[in-house]
Design a protein around this ligand. Sequence first.
Ligand SMILES: [Zn+2]
Length: 329
Amino acid sequence: MTRFAESTITFPYKRSLGPVTGAFMTALAEKRILGVRSDAGVLVPPMEWDPATGAELGADLVEVGPAGTVESWTWVPEPTEQHPLDRPFAFAFIRLDGASSPLLHAVDAASPAALSAGMRVAPRWRGRRVGHITDIACFVPGERSEVDGDDVGGPGQPVELMDYTAAVTYSTPVLAMADHALAATREHRLIGLRCPTCERVYVGGDRPYCPVDALELDADAEVDLPNVGTITNFIVVEPVQYPGQTATEPFARVFVLLDGTDVVLTYQPVIDLPVGDIHVGVRVAAVWAPRDAPVDTFSGIGRPMGSLLGWTPSGEPDVNDPDLVNRIY
Ligand SMILES: [Zn+2]
């Protein structure tokens, strides 16, 4: 059975809200819902421009709701972590009292049987509010608003910025060859594959093909790669302190050409090699985790490192070969 590795890339940023959305968010923190007057009536949520005509709307804001009427709905039987509720719920178009356009939000109802077009709903506010649409935890059946837990309130000042985290989660199938190469690192072995036709050697863990000869490489092609090599390229990363960044000091990633092969291992960590001392031509040796240490089995983007922790200077003299820098892959 194929193993899948999950990896999530997040892009956190702040966005400025402007005079209309900012006022809407500020009001939410105060348990009020605002719309904006347009030719068509009152739009909720309020916008700066009329979505029908593109005309600029004056910031003529008006309070609506908080209760409203469900116009249509759809049931979500199996919520994911990105949904507003962790139990089955409905997404509904809710026309708040005084509004001309419906607001899309969640309705916390026991079952689809408890929902109908025309039913009345009211907000369940969060106790601690930040000025965000999720200050309304959801809507609940009936005319009366509720507060979830203690009513702690909002920030007490105009909301002008919103934290936004865009995230993409990849689920990548892990090749059997990758798991095999990973397992080999526990025995402090680096596996390679030698093409029987052209004799090129490829690092194990990738798709087992020689791209030159379009030849699938099987177990007979397997060879052990040397544990020593030479740095051909390097990158020094100056960590920007974005949310989630754990590194605080500059660190390096190096490319290592393994002895006697054409194999270049890319973006490898270094150990006991200060950033300022890294240069092309440094001789390095693999550093392994103890054989019984837990191994990182991640294999999403890039090769699994497994028990290979990184590379440390071997103490041999530098290699002076101007062609080394051309060995990137
Ligand atoms: Zn080949």
